[in-house]
Ligand binder design. Structure first.
Ligand code: CTP
Ligand code: MG
Length: 166
C-alpha cells in the first residue's frame, strides 16, 4: 500500500501554487476543490507513489520477497493516482457540505485515499486486486490507515508542514 500512502504526505510537503480548480467556484458559490488541491501536489505526490512502488518492484526482485504483493507499473500507477483522486473527490464533497479547506471531516479525511486507490485499481486492474487484496489484507488496511494517518499528520504538524494536526 506504500504507493497509495506516500502521495498525501508528499503532496503536503511539495504541494502549493496554482489550485486544480483555478480558483473557481461551483454552482453553490463555494470553491470546486479549494486551495488545498494543487497541480504541484498531484504531480509530486503521484510521482513519489509510483517511485516507491517501482523501488518495491526492484527490491522484491533483488531480495526474493515473493510473499509480498507483486507490483507492476500498472498497479503502482493506479494506487498512487487513485489515492490523490480519492483525496480530490473527497474535497469536492467536503466543499459541497460547506466545510472550509483544512477543517476536520472525520472518516472521509482518512479513508479517501484508500477508497480512491482501491476503487481505481479495482476498475482498471481487477486481477491485481483479487490476487492481492484479500479480506485479511483489507481488514489490516482499514485498521492501519487511521493509525498511520494520525501519526503522520501529527509529525507533519510539528514539522510545520501541516497547519493542523489532522
Ligand atoms: N496538497 C496539494 N495538492 C493536493 C493535495 C494536497 O498541494 N492534490 C497539499 C496542500 O498544501 C494541502 C496539504 O497538501 O493543504 C494537505 O492536504 P489535505 O489535508 O488533503 O488538504 P486540506 O488543505 O486539508 O484541504 P481539504 O479541506 O480540501 O482536505
Ligand atoms: Mg485536510
Amino acid at each position: 500500500m506504500l504507493p497509495a500512502y506516500l502521495p498525501n504526505p508528499v503532496a503536503a510537503l511539495f504541494g502549493g501554487g496554482p489550485p486544480v480548480d483555478g480558483g473557481k467556484n461551483f454552482t453553490d458559490g463555494r470553491r470546486v476543490f479549494g486551495d488545498g488541491k494543487t497541480y504541484r501536489g498531484l504531480f509530486f505526490g503521484i510521482s513519489a507513489g509510483i517511485g516507491v512502488g517501482v523501488l518495491q518492484m526492484w527490491l522484491s526482485g533483488a531480495y526474493g520477497l515473493e510473499n509480498l504483493p507483486v507490483h507492476t507499473w500498472m498497479s503502482v500507477t493506479l494506487l498512487a493516482t487513485g489515492a490523490l483522486l480519492g483525496d480530490l473527490v473527497k474535497s469536492f464533497f467536503k466543499r459541497r457540505v460547506g466545510k472550509e479547506r483544512g477543517t476536520k471531516w472525520p472518516v472521509a479525511d482518512m479513508y479517501d485515499l484508500v477508497a480512491g486507490a482501491l476503487l481505481l485499481t479495482l476498475v482498471l486492474d481487477p486481477t491485481w486486486i483479487f490476487a492481492n487484496i484479500t479480506l485479511t489484507v483489507l481488514l489490516f488496511i482499514l485498521v492501519l490507515t487511521p493509525v498511520l494517518h494520525r501519526t503522520v499528520n501529527i509529525i507533519g504538524y510539528h514539522l510545520g508542514v501541516k497547519e493542523v494536526p489532522w
